[in-house]
Design a protein around this ligand. Structure first.
Ligand code: G3P
Length: 235
């Protein structure tokens, strides 16, 4: 039961933690994050797929075999009928597919239809809190507010996350997880964790910045140097 679904039991509270999704289609980068224990899911979008230069369906299939968590694959059309057909086809790729649809009237109708049929749906391109409310009412599994693109136009993307989380708290029957997207730097991840977002989806290089600190590097160098002075070996 996600945190927005009213009071959680102690066990469910213990299970609540912010999940890390990789916002990429790069298989090697996805495997690398899996090795780090930092891969709870993957998100893609048509721009990410175009950048890969690879065939869409086989690439998504390969990703679902590397990542056991939700893998978002986005429809390419904008009309209801074609998005429905595309979404139903994408859903057959693997059980862990989340069909991604845009936050438009047609996208919300597709979301409702697919979620009623038991398919995970990630509603994307969210830029204001009422869009997120409608997505949740349409049964979205995930809502993807784009914080970086709001920052890019001198707005405060993380305020959108705070607004959505506040609104969702008032709807105990909502099961939509807030998936912070368009993440540009570690501060977006830190603030998302502080706010209690359910998921952040990040470019792999941003995730890897999280473990870097100059004092860690200096401290390690000092340990190595001091150990060398002992002339000892553990092995
Ligand atoms: O994939 C959805 C979102 O993360 C896209 O981010 O960097 O294109 O704004 P970006």
């Amino acid at each position: 039961m996600p945190k927005h679904g009213g009071q959680n039991s102690q066990k469910e509270q213990e299970e609540i933690r912010m999940k890390f999704f990789a916002d990429t289609s790069d298989i090697d980068a996805i495997k690398d994050l899996a090795d780090l224990g930092m891969l709870d899911g993957v998100t893609t979008n048509p721009s990410i797929i175009a950048k890969s230069g690879k065939e869409f369906i086989p690439l998504i299939k390969e990703i679902t075999q590397v990542c056991s968590g939700p893998v978002s694959a986005e429809v390419a059309s904008t009309d209801f009928d074609t998005m429905m057909k595309e979404g139903e086809k994408l859903a057959t790729i693997a059980d862990n597919i989340a069909v991604k649809v845009p936050l438009t009237e047609a996208g919300l109708k597709v979301c409702k239809r697919l979620s009623d049929a038991g398919t995970m749906v990630n509603v994307t391109l969210c830029f204001q809190p009422m869009q997120a409310l409608l997505a949740a009412k349409a049964g979205a599994t995930f809502i993807s507010p784009f914080v970086g693109r709001l920052d890019d136009i001198s707005q405060t993307g993380m305020e959108l996350i705070a607004d959505i989380l506040t609104i969702y708290e008032g709807y105990p029957d909502f099961h939509t997880e807030v998936l912070v997207a368009s993440v540009r730097h570690p501060q977006h991840i830190l603030e998302s964790a502080r706010m209690g977002a359910d998921v952040v989806t990040c470019p792999p290089d941003v995730i890897k910045k999280l473990y870097k600190h100059p004092l860690t590097d200096k401290g390690l160098a000092d340990f190595v140097a001091d150990w060398k002075k002992t002339g000892q070996s553990i092995l």
